[in-house]
Design a protein. Structure first.
Length: 303
């Protein structure tokens, strides 16, 4: 558990709570329509970055790297959005932060298929396809870091569970921000943070639209609820989560389970922080600290 939240962190949290408490906005969060909306403007990367769009048969992918980077490492970044939201500009900002965290990294972002049109296992299929694309480009598994936030964090774990099940080599490391790992919503934080979560508070029954994504799958299937997976022989993991999140237990329980199975796990609970607070970039101290921690984690496990 980290120290008390900063003043700017508290202000950001209260602003989010105020916006989410609006009846119209709150309804959109409840039903997920805020996640399904498109970005308002076309994204243009800064001149110091290079990017490319790759069209696959079922989905598209984007790459981003620093203009003069040698791209020795690939970061497969799986975006959040409750499995109903597509790739958005805020995720592209996250990709830039990952590039800044590791100078020679190329970030690959699959805009995977989403529910309700494409329920489980389509997102997982696309994420594995993106991983295999990196292998075909010449990256070794040990050159790849899988990262994700929210649903993307759960998806990152699911990809590794899939690779392990089929006895394939696993990536170098995993970075998960507030991963959604338990579609049964059985963790204690779904209750004790019911009133505290500034974004999803009081929305437990509709939280994260699992009916849209689950389809006919069982809620305890490890590929949709990685909490129920086998983490033995997993690569090192960094998990970050806000202390006020309803999803707090999703992170804590996975970390505890993986540690018991011998995995090197770094779990950092940021006191008073909200879901995906890392998207604040340099605006609040907690987000700056989180990105510094990510950079240190990546450097620790660089070849």
């Amino acid at each position: 558990m980290s120290k008390e939240p900063s003043i700017r962190g508290k202000i950001a949290r209260n602003m989010i709570a105020s916006i989410a408490s609006n009846k119209l906005v709150g309804l959109k969060i409840n039903i997920g329509s805020n996640l399904k909306s498109k970005s308002l403007f076309k994204w243009i990367y800064p001149q110091s970055f290079k990017s490319e769009t790759i069209k696959k048969a079922q989905f598209t992918m984007e790459t981003v790297a620093k203009s003069h980077s040698q791209t020795k490492t690939a970061i497969l970044y799986l975006h959040g959005g409750g499995y109903v939201g597509k790739l958005k500009n805020r995720h592209r900002l996250m990709a830039i932060k990952y590039c800044e965290s590791m100078e020679d990294a190329m970030v690959l972002m699959p805009d995977y298929r989403t529910a309700p049109e494409h329920p489980y296992p389509e997102a997982l299929v696309d994420a594995i396809d993106a991983f295999d694309w990196l292998i075909r480009q010449g990256y070794k598994e040990n050159d790849i870091i899988i990262a994700g936030d929210s649903a993307g964090g759960g998806l990152a774990l699911a990809v590794c569970l899939y690779l392990k099940h089929y006895m394939r080599n696993l990536p170098r490391a995993i970075i998960a921000m507030s991963p959604w790992t338990d579609m049964t919503a059985s963790g204690a934080s779904y209750m004790f943070n019911y009133e505290n979560d500034p974004l999803f508070g009081k929305t437990k029954k509709s939280l994260l639209y699992n009916r849209d994504y689950l389809g006919k799958a069982n809620q305890q299937t490890p590929y949709v609820s990685p909490l129920f997976g086998d983490y033995s022989d997993f690569p090192p993991m960094l998990i970050q989560v806000g202390g006020d999140e309803m999803l707090l237990s999703d992170s804590v329980r996975v970390a505890e389970k993986a540690k018991k199975e011998g995995v090197k796990v770094w779990l950092h609970v940021y006191e008073g922080m909200f879901h995906d607070f890392q998207m604040a970039g340099d605006l609040i101290p907690e987000s700056k600290e989180a990105w510094h921690e990510i950079a240190e984690f990546i450097r620790t496990f660089s070849p």
